[in-house]
Ligand binder design. Structure first.
Ligand code: NAD
Ligand code: 3DD
Length: 472
C-alpha cells in the first residue's frame, strides 16, 4: 500500500500503466472528450469542490480528469470494496488528484476512504457529490441525524456495515458535533449514477429527509438504456468467465429481475448460447421476457435445473440460504445488482455444517460453499457486483454515455445552487445531445427532417430546461 495525505492506493508504481489505459479509454469516450472541448475554456466548475463515490476504474479516471478540466477541485473514493482498478487509482494519485481506493478494501477501509474523500484538508466538505449507490449521501445524512440524536448510533443492529458506519460517525461526533450540519449546509447537490441510489434518494425525498437537491443521472435514457443494458450485456459473462473459466453454452441460467440490467444480463448469457430463464415480480417486465423467448419461472422452479444464477433486481434476499442449499451441485451464483444483499450471504454463512473455501482472492473473489450432503456451489465476488468484482466492468464507450450525463448533471447543479431539495432528471434535450456526441464514433448518420415533416409530427419546440418537466 502507498499512503500519503493526498492518496491511499495499492501501488503508486502502477500509475504509468494506468495512464496508458486512460489514454486508450479517452479514444473510446467521445462524449467526455467533447465536454472537455466545449466547457473546458469557460471552466463552469471552477473552484467547486466535488467528492466522488464511484467505482475507481479507468473509465472513472477519465470522468475525474474531465471534472478537473472543467475547473473542479476533486476528491475520490470507490463505491465498492472490489471494484477499484489499482492502476487507475495510481494514475489519478500521480496526477495529484486525492484518491482513496484499492481493490480488496475491508469494509472498515471502505468507510474510512469515504470519509477521507468527503473531507478537505481544512476540514470542510464538498460543494457537490457524484454518488453511485448513495453511500456518500448516506454518510452525510446519517452523520447529520446523529448530531441531532446521538442515540441512533447505539441502536442494536446485526448489520456489520451499519456497525462500522456508526463507529466512524461516533468518532467524528466526538471531534466536532456540528461537522455534518456544516457539511450539509454547503452541499449544493448530488448527481446519482445508479438505480438503487435513485431509489434511496426518492425514499428520502418522500420522507422529507433529503438535505440537498439531487439529479437522477440513472434515468437519463442515454444512461440506463445503455449502461444498464449494453454495459451488462458486455460485462456479465466477462466476469463469470474470468472467475470460473466455465463453458456457458448449453448451460441453464436463471436471471432474477428483467429490468434494464436483467435484460442486458439475459442477452449476455444468450450470446453465449445458454438456456436462459427469468424471474420477475413485475407483469410488464415478465411479459417482455416472454416476448424475448425466455421462460418466466420462480426461483424455486429453477433450483433443480439451473447451473448459473444472476441476481439483477436491486432488491434484497432474492436468493436465500435455503435456495442455495437446494441448488444443483457446482451451481455458480452471482449478483450484478449494486449492493450485496440480493443474495443472502449472511444466511449462507450461518447455515449449519456449511464449509467455505477460498478459490480465488480479492482480485477476482471466488468461494466454494460445500453443504452437509456434500454438494457445492460457487459464490462470485462475495455476492457483490460480479462485473466489477471479477472483471473490469463496462467498456469505455458505454461509460462515456453515462459519464457525459454526470458532467452535465454537475454543471446543472453548479448552475442551480438554490434548487429545493428534490430529485430531478436532466432534460430530454440534454439526453439527445449525449446521444449525438456518440454517433460519429460508430459511423452513424442521422436523417434530417424537413420543416414540414417536423410540423406534421409535432416535434416540440426546444424550450429551456424546466425541472418540473422531468421529475423522476
Ligand atoms: P430496474 O428497476 O430496471 O430492474 C429491476 C427489476 O427487478 C424490476 O423489473 C423489478 O420488477 C425486478 N424485481 C424486483 N424485485 C424482484 C424479485 N424479488 N424477484 C424478481 N424480480 C424482482 O433496475 P436496473 O436498472 O435493472 O438495476 C438493477 C440493479 O443493478 C440496481 O441495483 C442497479 O443499481 C444495479 N446496476 C448495476 C450495474 C453494474 O454494472 N453492475 C449497472 C447498472 C445498474
Ligand atoms: N459500472 C459498470 N462498469 C463501470 C466502469 N467501467 N466504470 C465505472 C462504473 C462502472 C457501474 C455503472 O454501471 C453504474 O452506472 C451503475 O452501477 O449504475
Amino acid at each position: 500500500m502507498d499512503k500519503t495525505e493526498n492518496y491511499e492506493v495499492k501501488d503508486i508504481k502502477l500509475a504509468e500503466f494506468g495512464r496508458k489505459e486512460i489514454e486508450i479509454a479517452e479514444k473510446e469516450m467521445p462524449g467526455l472528450v467533447a465536454t472537455r472541448k466545449k466547457y473546458g475554456p469557460s471552466k463552469p466548475l471552477k473552484g467547486i469542490k466535488i467528492m466522488g463515490s464511484l467505482h475507481m476504474t479507468i473509465q472513472t479516471a477519465v470522468l475525474i480528469e474531465t471534472l478537473v478540466e472543467l475547473g473542479a477541485d476533486v476528491r475520490w473514493a470507490s463505491c465498492n470494496i472490489f471494484s477499484t482498478q489499482d492502476h487507475a487509482a495510481a494514475a489519478i494519485a500521480k496526477a495529484g488528484i486525492p484518491v482513496f481506493a484499492w481493490k480488496g478494501e475491508s469494509l472498515e477501509d471502505y468507510w474510512d476512504c469515504t470519509l477521507k474523500a468527503l473531507t478537505w484538508p481544512d476540514g470542510s466538505g464538498p460543494d457537490q457529490i457524484v454518488d453511485d449507490g448513495g453511500d456518500a449521501t448516506l454518510m452525510v445524512h446519517r452523520g447529520y441525524k446523529a448530531e441531532n440524536d446521538a442515540k441512533i448510533l447505539d441502536e442494536p443492529t446485526d448489520n456489520k456495515e451499519v456497525q462500522i458506519i456508526n463507529a466512524v460517525l461516533k468518532k467524528k461526533l466526538e471531534e466536532d458535533n456540528q461537522h455534518w450540519h456544516k457539511v450539509a449546509s454547503k452541499i449544493k447537490g448530488v448527481s446519482e449514477e445508479t438505480t438503487t441510489g435513485v431509489h434511496r434518494l426518492i425514499q428520502m425525498e418522500e420522507k422529507k429527509e433529503l438535505l440537498f437537491p439531487a439529479v437522477n443521472v440513472n434515468d437519463s435514457v442515454t444512461k440506463s438504456k445503455f449502461d444498464n443494458v449494453y454495459g451488462c450485456r458486455h460485462s456479465l459473462t466477462d466476469g463469470i468467465k474470468r472467475a470460473m473459466d466455465v463453458l456457458i453454452s448449453g448451460k441453464t441460467a436463471m436471471v432474477c429481475g428483467y429490468g434494464d440490467v436483467g435484460k442486458g444480463s439475459a442477452e449476455s448469457l444468450k450470446q453465449e448460447k445458454a438456456k436462459v430463464m427469468v424471474s420477475e415480480v413485475d407483469p410488464i417486465c415478465a411479459l417482455q421476457a416472454c416476448m424475448a423467448g425466455l421462460k418466466v419461472v420462480t426461483i424455486e422452479d429453477a433450483l433443480p435445473v439451473a447451473n448459473i444464477y444472476v441476481t439483477a433486481t436491486g432488491n434484497k434476499n432474492v436468493i436465500t440460504a435455503e435456495h442455495m442449499s437446494m441448488m444443483r451441485d457446482q451451481a455458480i451464483v452471482c449478483n450484478i445488482g449494486h449492493f450485496d444483499n440480493e443474495i443472502d450471504m449472511a444466511g449462507l454463512e450461518k447455515l449449519p455444517g456449511v464449509v467455505k473455501e477460498e478459490i480465488k482472492g480479492s482480485d477476482c473473489p471466488v468461494h466454494r460453499y460445500t453443504f452437509e450432503d456434500g454438494h457445492s456451489i460457487y459464490i462470485l465476488a462475495e455476492g457483490r457486483l460480479i462485473n466489477l468484482g471479477c472483471a473490469t466492468g463496462h467498456p469505455s464507450f458505454v461509460m462515456s454515455n453515462s459519464f457525459t450525463n454526470q458532467i452535465l448533471a454537475q454543471i446543472d447543479i453548479a448552475n442551480n445552487p438554490d434548487r429545493e431539495a428534490i430529485v430531478v432528471r436532466l432534460s430530454k434535450e440534454l439526453d439527445e445531445e449525449v446521444a449525438r456526441l456518440h454517433l460519429n464514433k460508430l459511423g452513424a448518420k442521422l436523417t434530417k427532417m424537413s420543416k414540414e415533416q417536423a410540423e406534421y409530427i409535432g416535434v416540440k419546440v426546444k424550450g429551456p430546461y424546466k425541472p418540473e418537466h422531468y421529475r423522476y
